[in-house]
Design a protein around this ligand. Structure first.
Ligand code: NAI
Length: 287
């Protein structure tokens, strides 16, 4: 049984720095980034990368996360305004996008949804003994928030033509990872919402909508999953390239926000070092 996490595995590919991204791929683009809590958050890396590539954006998180997180420091560093928004509230989403348009001076080119939370997982309820009121809240926060966000953007006509919306997901939507619990269904729902809205947004405004299915990543949300260190190590050994670090996920997001991927839409895109197409890696037997 794998019991220890070996950080060296993680570090081996994690050598890129924000300053390596000299290219101004996102110059002139306006965005909204959800979900940066602390400097481990995937959204935090996305914000750093987008800023280094010339984008302007607002940062947002739930009011409670703003109290306990470190978002102020990021906002100050990158010159980004922070707008509180509980992503389950239509009114707060409307306010967020209206204010973002005003602050950024035009319609929005890109949006990152990086929101996930499971009440049953957090409260250590076994999947076969789930509390269904908590499950509804989990779906609301982790999946329906994506639909609400898209709907507010759509009805308020906040997106610019050829804009790009990205949500973050995990392969537990397709395969069983028992400890991921009801987050598996949350992610399946999220991916389906992205496909469906991709159709409507494409027809209306040539806006693309995709999900990125990311490797296990050491963040607050990730570490909340029981046995996370073990399956982080398992994913790292199974994938020929190893687990994809947050910074590389951020780079991938930036390509999807850029004009280089204008015809990519309604996709669930694996960013996982090859994990999703592996059956067996002999490395796992080497101990
Ligand atoms: P994180 O804990 O840094 O980010 C999760 C964010 O969701 C936090 O900033 C939190 O405040 C926010 N959030 C929770 N409830 C909210 C609400 N009602 N309104 C607005 N925001 C709310 O963790 P991480 O890992 O960066 O998570 C970002 C996304 O990446 C999530 O969708 C997660 O499921 C996904 N992901 C994470 C993986 C991992 O192993 N860490 C792997 C694959 C996907």
């Amino acid at each position: 049984e794998l019991t220890t996490f070996t950080p060296s595995l993680h570090k081996k590919t994690n050598t890129l720095k924000y300053s390596d991204m000299a290219t101004q791929l996102l110059a002139g683009k306006r965005g909204v980034i959800f979900g940066a809590l602390d400097d481990q958050s995937i959204a935090w890396a996305v914000a750093e990368v987008c800023a280094s590539m010339g984008a302007k954006f607002t940062l947002t998180n739930a009011p409670v996360a703003l109290r306990f997180g470190q978002l102020d420091a990021l906002g100050e560093k990158l010159g980004a305004t922070i707008i509180p928004c509980d992503a389950t509230s239509i009114e707060e989403l409307e306010n967020l996008f209206q204010q973002s348009e005003e602050i950024l001076g035009g319609k929005i080119d890109f949006v990152l949804h990086a929101i996930g939370m499971s009440l049953n997982v957090r409260k250590k309820k076994h999947y076969t003994d789930s509390n269904h009121e908590w499950m509804k809240k989990t779906f609301d926060i982790s999946a329906m928030s994506f639909h609400k966000m898209c709907q507010v953007l759509y009805k308020g006509d906040h997106m610019a033509e050829w804009g790009s919306i990205v949500g973050l997901t995990y392969i537990a939507a397709q395969r069983i990872f028992p400890d991921y619990g009801e987050m598996a269904e949350s992610k399946a729902l999220l991916e389906s919402f992205a496909r469906s809205f991709g159709y409507h947004f494409g027809e209306k405004k040539k806006v693309r909508v995709n999900t990125i299915s990311q490797s296990p990543t050491m963040t607050t949300a990730g570490k909340g999953i029981k046995g996370f260190q073990e399956f982080f190590g398992y994913g790292d050994d199974m994938s020929p390239l190893g687990n994809a670090p947050a910074i590389d996920c951020a780079n991938y997001c930036a390509t999807l926000f850029s004009d280089l991927t204008r015809y990519v839409t309604m996709q669930n895109l694996y960013h996982d070092g090859g994990f999703s197409n592996m059956g067996m890696n002999p490395k796992l037997l080497e101990g």
